[in-house]
Design a protein around this ligand. Structure first.
Ligand code: UDP
Length: 344
């Protein structure tokens, strides 16, 4: 049987590459659309090493609408688009807001125009739990109020969700979901793909693994005087392989529907872990003491957030299978497998 084609924007990136693997495993043909601005050209070969199939690559910017239209048209019938391509560094977004609005919002507009032009109905969007801000009630359900964004990055995710919803209202045969990720961590258990942070990592787990390997001297824990059991902030850390599988589940949910729809799903484990719990678990797995100190709070940090995952479980028929231990072990193995050539 002919494999259904799925266009995966940002498919060479961290979550995108893991999702391509899961689409291939599920019998689809992912086509990567990536401009390699924050990803490496060897990733499609790594996907081939894992799955036996090398995805086709369209090396273009999502916002380059005319060239994109031509390139995607040439691929023939596309069953759906999974749209990851975006900038994601909160701090950088405050320094370069225009880059964020252009790369995140203009590119989403361009991708939606492409869907209209080529009559592609199924759309899966990468959103973030950042839209909930500092939540009033935990766990966070999809109906929790959207809070004013703390950064241009967060604002671009809110705007894109609204954009997709407005597009759906105008075009009711569209089937679209926004997936709100909690904190994706870990790597593929093969250690062939994983996160490749550019420069000094902003996120906790790559900072931990780089400190453990000696690339960074010391991890600073941003505050231990919060109103939580051990004083450090709490997040819902989800293994990237579980997260990748949720995209296959979401696409299949869209395919099954006879009618247009727009819906939102939380993707997390449903459990919160503190920064200190993550550090202590990592120390057990790597069997080493990590160099860390307690520093001041990071501005704008959310104190405590974790997902209510019942909607994803019930409607997408998906739930996480992997643990924090699995994720930290895979992140550590990935860090140890990296060669200078991979990260330069
Ligand atoms: N964090 C930390 N030191 C670091 C990086 C992160 O203590 O070098 C903490 C951060 O304050 C937060 C948690 O780790 O409480 C997760 O941060 P990350 O940036 O990974 O995710 P986000 O804040 O976007 O949920």
């Amino acid at each position: 049987m002919k494999r259904k084609k799925i266009l995966v924007t940002g498919g060479a990136g961290y979550i995108g590459s893991h999702t391509c693997v899961e689409f291939i495993n599920a019998g689809y043909e992912p086509i990567i659309l990536d401009n390699f601005s924050n990803s490496k050209e060897f990733i499609p070969e790594r996907i081939q090493e894992i799955t036996g199939t090398k995805p086709r690559v369209i090396d273009l910017d999502c916002a380059a609408y005319e060239s994109l239209l031509e390139a995607v048209k040439a691929e023939g019938n596309i069953n759906g688009i999974v749209h990851f391509a975006a900038f994601k560094a909160v701090g950088e977004s405050t320094r370069k807001p225009l880059d964020y609005y252009y790369n995140n919002v203009a590119s989403t507009t361009s991708i939606l125009k492409l869907m209209e032009a080529l009559a592609i109905d199924n759309f899966v969007f990468s959103s973030s739990c950042t839209v909930y801000g500092q939540p009033d009630v935990l766990p966070v359900t999809e109906d929790s109020p959207i809070k004013a964004a703390e950064s241009p990055y967060g604002r671009t995710k809110q705007i894109c969700e609204d954009l997709i919803q407005d597009f759906y209202k105008a075009k009711e045969d569209l089937k679209a979901v926004s997936l709100r990720y909690f904190n994706p961590i870990g790597a593929h258990p093969s250690s062939l793909i994983g996160e490749l942070p550019l420069g000094v990592p902003n996120n906790l787990v790559p900072y931990i693994t780089q400190t453990a390997i000696g690339l960074r001297q010391n991890l600073t824990i941003f505050g231990d005087d919060y109103d939580t059991p051990d004083g450090t902030c709490i997040r819902d850390y989800i293994h990237v392989v579980d997260l990748a599988k949720a995209h296959v589940a979401a696409l299949s949910y869209l395919e099954k529907s006879n009618n247009g729809l727009y819906d939102i799903f939380n993707l997390g484990t449903g459990t919160g872990n503190s920064v200190l719990e993550v550090v202590n678990t990592f120390e057990k797995i790597a069997q080493m003491k990590l160099n860390y100190t307690i520093g001041p709070r990071r501005q704008g940090d959310i104190v405590k957030v974790f997902a209510d995952v019942s909607k994803s479980k019930n409607l997408l028929n998906w739930e996480t299978k992997l643990s924090l231990i699995d994720a930290l072990r895979d992140a550590w193995n990935w860090e140890k497998s990296l060669k200078t050539a991979d990260i330069s």
